[in-house]
Design a protein around this ligand. Structure first.
Ligand code: ADP
Length: 324
């Protein structure tokens, strides 16, 4: 087996709290194993343009508690073209980088899969996204922190909702996945969650009305996924207005992406970062580091991105039982 001499690390796509903890783990594990490690800035963009520098242990001191990513991130359209990926490969050769750790979401791994196959490069992934929408892992780095941010914000909104006996629709992130909305709803004791996974199976709005928030305890809180499938909080509010309700809309927005990572995300990021470098050393490629039943597992990129991660129906049932 060809021994790895130098690996590159990058963060790509949407930032997520805990990415820095993962970078730190990658850098220190590589150095521990006498492998050079180079920072690639702004995701695949930096790989194309050559924004790269070697990292040392000290470069990742005092970052475990910081949200965002010290490597910056970007969406890079050029990487979707064969010419762009050729330029990225040329940079890798020039820099002497013979393996990559990419930290990001499904777009990042889609790109990594194509790139790795095209140029026969060992690439492993670390799932960093608040959306938790990668298949083959129980959780992604940043998801727990975002969930906690949602809980903190909604607890505050609840005070106003209760004081004025109001119905609040609170839109949360998650792209086309309802994990944040559903688990957030359970965690704040919301009356309901409207999530994309069930949009085609039932009229969630009708159920909501029948379950009777016109009974209005003291207030009603409904978490709505941002997805186009649900129509978001504004879409649901418009439908409710047509039926004579007067909901208030709050869109939590980007506060959900920032902030210091939770202990759970820091530990997950540290374990995943170590595992990623170990996987490269063992000659693995084309796999994402997932976590299942508290064990790190290697999930092929093709599996991770297949867009089929299912919501646990049991959680939907729990919410219904508890919200009465
Ligand atoms: P995330 O990784 O958070 O899902 P994006 O979907 O924006 O974020 O993807 C991040 C980057 O991955 C894109 O900006 C692009 O550079 C790269 N990428 C995404 N899809 C592809 C693809 N089909 N082919 C090549 N690169 C891709």
């Amino acid at each position: 087996m060809h021994r790895l001499k130098c690996i590159g690390v990058l963060t790509s796509g949407g930032d997520a709290p805990g990415m820095n903890a993962a970078i730190r783990a990658v850098v220190r594990t590589a150095i521990f194993n006498n492998i050079q490690v180079k920072a690639i800035y702004k995701g695949y963009q930096g790989l194309i343009s050559g924004e790269i520098r070697q990292l040392y242990t000290d470069d990742v001191s005092y970052i475990i508690d910081r949200g965002g990513t010290i490597l910056k991130t970007a969406r890079c359209l050029e990487f979707k073209t064969p010419e762009g990926r050729q330029r990225a490969y040329d940079t890798m050769v020039r820099e002497g980088i013979d393996g990559l750790v990419v930290i990001g979401g499904d777009g990042t791994f889609t790109g990594a899969r194509v790139f790795g196959q095209e140029f026969n490069i060992p690439i492993v992934g670390v799932p960093g996204t608040i959306d938790n929408d990668l298949y083959g892992t129980d959780s992604t780095i940043g998801y727990d922190t975002a969930l906690n941010t949602i809980v903190e914000a909604v607890d505050k909104i609840r005070d106003t909702a209760a004081s004025h006996e109001r119905l609040f629709l609170i839109e949360v992130m998650g792209r086309d996945a309802g994990f944040l909305a559903l688990n957030g709803a359970i965690a704040v004791g919301a009356e309901a969650a409207i999530i994309p996974e069930f949009a085609t199976q039932e009229d969630q709005l009708e159920r909501l009305i029948q379950n009777g928030f016109h009974k209005m305890k003291h207030s009603s809180i409904v978490l709505v996924s941002e997805s186009d499938t649900t129509g978001g909080a504004v879409g649901i509010a418009n439908q409710l207005k047509e039926r004579g309700f007067n909901p208030k809309v709050t869109i939590l927005g980007h506060i959900q992406r920032g902030g210091a990572p939770s202990a759970t995300d820091r530990v997950l990021a540290s374990r995943s970062g170590v595992a990623a470098v170990d996987a490269l050393i063992q000659g693995q490629r084309g796999v994402m580091m997932g976590i299942v039943n508290n064990k790190i597992v290697q999930v092929p990129f093709s599996e991770a991105i297949k867009d089929e991660k299912l919501i646990d129906k049991h959680l939907v049932d729990i919410l219904q039982v508890l919200c009465v």
